[in-house]
Design a protein around this ligand. Structure first.
Ligand SMILES: NC(=O)c1ccc[n+]([C@@H]2O[C@H](COP(=O)([O-])OP(=O)(O)OC[C@H]3O[C@@H](n4cnc5c(N)ncnc54)[C@H](OP(=O)(O)O)[C@@H]3O)[C@@H](O)[C@H]2O)c1
Length: 270
């Protein structure tokens, strides 16, 4: 299978390139292919002729999206139209990464794929726009709270230590399930996260525990206290029920504690 991976140097993109290494992968970063440039996308796709485009390119600066709205719409929404158009021209399809931020967080239960989205931030609105550019024959993978060996921004993570609840996701576990969906050629919308819902406060404590450090070093911060430094509102509950995977009998990514211990050990070993 020939696979075009966009956003290939991003946190998830790097894991995708690794996990598809047994396939014919063409990996392009922002510099090689600006997904918001229609001519560039159509040119690249018609010359590469991929069976599938796995799109992990996105404008992921959640707060910056509030002011950089044109960039958010271009990269997160309009670009998906270009990728879908390109895929159609060569008889291929798109596997697209999306986000828990399409929800407003007001639901008390985990969100299933069939819950109505209602994004509260520009990032969430633009990512939902991208989803709407795809057809039922394409695959959409919504994930949440991604951590990985590559990339990562500790300052941003600490600033998110608030009373939000979600499913931590490890980029390598996510990539394995994206691979499975692509190889099985499963279309449709899938929530894909590790299991084990926590608040950011609990997650920070789990990180310290996994590192053999004292979790009491973390103090909870109220979401409201962070508002002055965070232009974009976040959903209070963004726990994604991986219902479509579960009901299809596809094994879910594991509870996050094991992968967290592995990541902490890997980061410590350098
Ligand atoms: N990280 C999370 O917690 C999280 C949660 C839910 C969903 N997701 C979704 O998962 C996917 C991957 O996210 P990630 O964590 O890997 O983000 P990331 O590390 O920010 O990677 C995104 C990549 O997209 C590239 N990019 C930005 N604008 C582009 C453009 N116009 N053309 C081509 N490439 C462009 C970036 O390159 P430059 O940096 O060079 O611009 C970057 O390498 C995204 O769809 C995101 O919405 C992430």
């Amino acid at each position: 299978m020939r696979i075009l991976i966009t956003g290939a140097t991003g946190q998830v993109g790097r894991e995708l390139v690794d996990v598809f290494s047994d396939h014919d992968v063409v990996a392009v970063d922002h510099h090689r292919l600006d997904v918001a440039d229609r001519d560039a996308v159509l040119g690249a796709v018609t010359s590469i002729r991929p069976d599938v485009i796995v799109n992990s390119a996105a404008y992921t600066a959640v707060d910056a999206c509030e002011s950089e709205t044109d960039t958010a719409w271009s990269v997160n929404a309009l670009a998906v139209r270009h990728l879908a158009e390109g895929a159609r021209r060569v008889g291929g399809w798109v596997c697209h990464l999306s986000t828990d931020y399409v929800f407003d967080g007001s639901k008390t239960e985990p969100y299933v794929e069939w819950d109505a989205p209602n994004p509260v931030s520009m990032y969430g609105r633009s990512k939902l726009g991208g989803e709407l550019e795809l057809s039922p024959a394409d695959t959409i993978v919504r994930t949440s709270w991604v951590s990985g060996y590559h990339g990562g921004n500790m300052v941003r993570t600490i600033l998110r230590l608030a009373a939000e609840h979600g499913h931590p996701t490890f980029a390598d576990d996510l990539a394995v399930i994206v691979r499975r969906l692509v190889i099985d050629r499963r279309p449709g919308l899938f929530h894909v996260t590790n299991q084990g819902a926590v608040s950011w406060y609990e997650f920070a404590r789990a990180v310290l525990t996994a590192a053999g450090l004292d979790p009491d070093r973390v103090n909870p911060v109220a979401t409201a206290d962070l508002l002055p430094v965070r232009p974009a509102p976040r959903p209070a509950n963004s726990v994604l029920d991986n219902a479509a995977l579960r009901l299809s009998g596809v094994p879910l990514a594991p509870d996050f504690h094991g992968p967290l211990e592995r990541l902490v050990a890997r980061l410590r070993d350098g």
